[in-house]
Design a protein around this ligand. Structure first.
Ligand code: 3PG
Ligand code: MG
Length: 393
């Protein structure tokens, strides 16, 4: 059932709308400059629509994890740079405080919600102060929807609902839910999933959920070495933790059936990454002073042909260490094959989305999610308290 969206909020002329966005964007760890503004851009259609309807907008988000940051790191977690970029993209100044009168068309971005420890405790008093700021509430923070202890996601709309203030999901959340829901319930078949990234243990529930839905699952990235090692392949200096082996063990019987592993890889010398060597799985070992850093060319060819032969492709997790240009061929190749496939293509957020964007294929995908953990959790079938909060249409 679709959730109420911003057109269900009633007449917004002269009203103040509090909108939870996920502006938890990557930034330069030295300067604080925003290095990827995708999540900000993704919220603009909702914010523009609210402004066009005559409202003023009070946006709120967290940035990073201040509770774990050193005082020095914490300085970079203010919303200053985010507000600056937000204003540039919006084409109007963004205020930093909701104190005093707001005119229709005014936009505020509150300070990092997590600077107040009550945010992550779903604290009622904290929620009450936020709820008092506005006449209506919008959740357009898909990337944070799985956080059911965040006051701004749960206690705030609860509080506002109790005082009769209308609430809705924004256009971004509505779109994410529609695409991912369709993907999980009525995908065009056959369905292929591609998984990568570092840890099997982090994604075990996601992999299990996928295995129940997809026709085939290709595994690349660091996690592939865990499976390859369990298959008896000598992974050399590639680090594979024991708990990863334990996590992957119950899935090994799918290898060669639903799960397809790399047939070759690129290995790099651990002490000098400029020294690389292609390694064929099955006939060669990775040397003990080398580690696996990308899928190899034959694997890319195999993956690309599977992408071509499926009607829906879901991708989460880079298949190699793509931040290093010399090890990016696999990840870039998967993105290209998906972009050119004509299939329904859905990319889970986080670093996979960043990779796709970096290689220029984001606009050629059916959908690039803004959710990292939220995308995984939704596919796993978790129910989000933040969304349960908002009435169906
Ligand atoms: C994310 O990037 O996953 C969301 O913004 C949530 O952030 P969190 O993982 O720190 O809760
Ligand atoms: Mg997270």
């Amino acid at each position: 059932m679709a959730k109420k969206t911003i057109t269900d909020l009633g007449n917004l002329t002269g009203k103040r709308v509090l909108i939870r966005v996920d502006f938890n964007v990557p930034f330069d760890k030295k300067t604080g400059a925003v290095t990827n503004d995708r999540r900000i851009r993704a919220a603009l259609p909702t914010i523009r629509a609210l402004l066009d309807a005559g409202a003023s907008v009070i946006a709120m988000s967290h940035l990073g994890r201040p509770e774990k940051a050193t005082p020095e790191e914490r300085k970079l977690l203010t919303m200053d740079r985010v507000a600056e970029r937000f204003g540039e993209l919006l084409g109007k100044p963004v205020k930093k405080s909701a104190d005093g009168a707001l005119q229709p068309g005014d936009v505020v971005l509150l300070e990092n919600l997590r600077f107040d420890p009550r945010e992550q405790k779903n604290d009622a008093e904290f929620a009450a102060t936020l709820a008092a700021l506005a006449d209506a509430y919008v959740n357009d923070a898909f990337g944070t929807c799985h956080n059911d202890k965040d006051a701004s996601m749960v206690a705030v709309p609860e509080r506002m609902k109790a005082s009769g203030k209308p609430q809705a999901v924004g256009l971004l959340v509505a779109k994410e839910l529609e695409v991912i829901e369709a993907l999980m319930t009525q995908p065009k078949r056959p369905v292929l999933a591609i998984m990568g990234g570092a840890k099997v243990s982090d994604k075990i529930a996601f992999i299990n959920a996928l295995l129940g839905k997809v026709d085939q699952l290709l595994i690349g990235g660091k996690m592939a070495y865990t499976f390859l090692k369990l298959q008896g392949f000598n992974v050399g200096g590639t680090k594979v933790a024991d708990e990863e082996l334990t996590a992957a063990q119950p899935l090994v019987h799918h290898v060669g059936g639903k799960i397809i592993l790399p047939v070759d890889c690129l290995a790099a010398k651990s002490t000098d990454l400029s020294v690389t060597k292609p390694v064929s799985v099955g006939s060669e070992d990775i040397a003990s002073d080398f580690e696996g850093v990308d899928i190899g060319p034959r694997t890319l060819e195999l993956f690309a042909s599977r992408i071509k032969s499926h009607a829906t492709v879901i991708w989460n997790g880079p298949v190699g260490w793509f931040e290093q240009p010399a090890f990016s061929a696999g990840t870039k190749g998967v993105a290209k094959a998906m972009a050119e496939s004509g299939a329904v293509t859905v990319v889970g957020g986080g670093e996979t989305a960043e990779a796709v964007e970096q290689f220029g294929y984001d606009t050629k995908m059916t959908h690039v999610s803004t959710g990292g953990g939220a995308f995984l959790a939704y596919v796993e079938g978790k129910k989000f308290q933040s969304l349960a909060q908002i009435d169906d249409k």
